[in-house]
Design a binder for this molecule. Structure first.
Ligand code: CA2
Length: 149
């Protein structure tokens, strides 16, 4: 069974507790449970990780290399700033889908740039918690289409 790591970055531990008008009412725990349940329905094992620390996120991405087959990543605001995260993803060479709860392209200009996008298979944003479900579907499809993945 293929294994996917769902990674959430800074402040996403606050999901469901603040700014529901932007990020909805789903808590991080609910989101992670939904990802695990949906992964199971796709025949994928899903593990989750959240940190507010850039270094811890990089360490988790490095550790994923020998354990997981793909990554779903919401890097939070590090999306728009972190060359280090981009380098980590490029180094491990796992298929990555970038996700965001909000539509980053409809928000402030500084959110339009992503350092993750160049090293991701694709980007899904604007669908709230459903962005993660779509990302798992996309990874499952990616694995079907690539026997070597
Ligand atoms: O839309 C997304 O998923 C973001 O990655 C969320 C980041 C933001 O910096 C990105 O531009 C887009 C912010 C995460 C903050 O999460 C909170 C959740 C609830 C309450 C407060 C913050």
């Amino acid at each position: 069974m293929r294994s996917i790591l769902v990674v959430n970055g800074p402040n996403l531990n606050l999901l469901g507790t603040r700014q529901p008008e932007v990020y909805g009412h789903t808590t991080l725990k609910m989101l992670e449970d939904q990802c695990m349940a949906h992964g199971q329905s796709l025949g994928l094992k899903v593990e989750t990780f959240q940190s507010n620390s850039e270094g811890a996120l990089i360490d988790a991405i490095h550790a994923a290399r020998d354990v997981h087959d793909g990554i779903v990543l919401n890097a939070g605001a590090y999306t728009h700033t972190s060359i280090a995260l981009m380098d980590a993803l490029a180094a491990v060479q796992l298929p990555v889908i970038e996700v965001h709860m909000s539509n980053i392209h409809a928000r402030e200009p500084f959110r339009h740039r992503s350092y993750i996008a160049p090293v991701a298979i694709g980007q899904i944003c604007g669908f709230g918690a459903y962005s993660y479900i779509l990302a798992l579907d996309a990874l499952a499809r990616h694995f079907q289409g690539d026997a070597s993945a």
